[in-house]
Design a protein around this ligand. Structure first.
Ligand SMILES: *Cc1c(COP(=O)(O)O)cnc(C)c1O
Length: 358
């Protein structure tokens, strides 16, 4: 093996995408496959499309431009409210962007007019998570101003939850979007899309509690990892093992579990604490904080434990591992969403692909 490798099971990802699509379509909801979690790797994007997602979405304009250059011509939504300095590229490469600032929307409208296009926007509404969005009481006013702009089509309203504030989607908070849509209809403004969040909204769908009128979800984590961190659960019927990180052991030795000598600060300024478990079998793996977000990793072998990491070394207790590990062996890890984001952006981790699953 050469360096650390993230193995991606494209078959399992297609299966997960197809499952999420089937569940959402049954409620009249379209699914945007969110590609930021894996830096929009074209092979993974193709797997999501094979699973039937209705469109793509990414928070990074850079990723979207790469997708266009690879020839993906599906509708793509930009999920991070655009920088004022990016409006010309946004209009050029993106079908729809989410927005919350009138100044930016005006600039998008102007850029669209100058290039002879019409740019679609989703107006983000903050229903309580306190990340992006117009507060609900200001939406009607904002929409009236937006609807006067030429070059812009207001496709609908959207919201984001479970991110900054950890607020859970509910019938009530998603219902705010639907009430706003209805109120706007009485002003003669018809909206096509009501975008009700991401993975964390799937639980409401499964419980049959998602308000009628929500007709789009933007799903990343659920499809990729089969998990829903905000609701602290595994999603039934989805694979949670489509990604596996393999890392090579570079030292294996029996060592005491408590360091010898006076303890100062570790390499990152923290004062470490240790429990004395006697002599333990330990492995050092060639992976560190420079490579990946270590807290996002879990050993596949439940008998192994991550003790800590410095920039370049991952220290593991392998005393209770289910097989003996020797220098040169690969150790496998599951990865969470934060870990996946960092692994896919890391120049020290390469990918390999397989095609498993049902
Ligand atoms: C990242 C993101 C998503 C996808 O969230 P998941 O929890 O991965 O499903 C949806 N919408 C916005 C605005 C995002 O930034």
């Amino acid at each position: 093996m050469n360096g650390s490798v993230l193995e991606v099971d494209l078959g399992k990802l297609s299966f997960n995408a197809a499952q999420v699509v089937e569940r959402c379509h049954a409620h009249g909801i379209e699914v945007l496959g969110v590609t930021k979690g894996f830096s929009a790797d074209p092979r993974i994007v193709a797997a999501l499309l094979a699973g039937g997602v209705d469109g793509l979405a990414d928070s990074r304009l850079e990723n979207i431009i790469e997708l266009r250059e690879c020839g993906f011509d599906q509708p793509i939504t930009l999920l991070r409210i655009p920088r004022l300095s990016d409006v010309a590229e946004v209009v050029r490469y993106v079908d729809t962007s989410v927005n919350s600032e009138f100044t930016v929307i005006q600039a998008l409208a102007q850029a669209a007019r100058e290039s002879g296009r019409v740019h679609n926007i989703i107006l983000m509404v903050d229903v309580g998570d306190l990340r992006e969005g117009v507060m609900a009481e200001n939406v009607i006013g904002a929409v009236k101003k937006i609807s006067l702009l030429k070059g812009i089509k207001l496709q609908g309203l959207g919201t984001n939850m479970g991110c900054f504030g950890g607020v859970l989607p509910s019938t009530e908070n998603l219902g705010i979007l639907v009430s706003l849509k209805n109120a706007l209809a009485s002003w003669g403004i018809k909206l096509d899309i009501i975008s009700g969040g991401g993975t964390s909204s799937l639980l409401l769908l499964e419980k049959g509690e998602i308000p009628a009128g929500i007709n789009q979800l933007r799903v990343g984590e659920g499809i990729l990892l089969g998990t829903d961190t905000t609701n602290n659960r595994k999603i039934p019927g989805l694979y949670d093992d489509a990604f596996t990180l393999y890392v090579e052991a570079i030292e294996v030795k029996a060592k005491p579990s408590v360091p010898i000598g006076d303890i100062g600060r570790d390499a990152f300024g923290n004062t470490p604490e240790f429990v004395d478990k006697g002599i333990r079998q330990r492995a050092i793996l060639a992976l560190g904080k420079q490579d990946v977000y270590i807290e996002g990793l879990t050993p596949v072998d439940a008998g192994m434990q991550i003790l800590g990491a410095s920039s370049d070394h991952l220290i593991m207790d392998i005393t209770d591992a289910s097989r003996a590990i020797k220098v040169g062996d690969e150790v496998a890890f599951r990865i969470n969403y934060a870990g996946l984001l960092s692994a896919c952006g890391s120049k020290y981790i390469s990918k390999r692909y397989k095609n498993g699953g049902r």
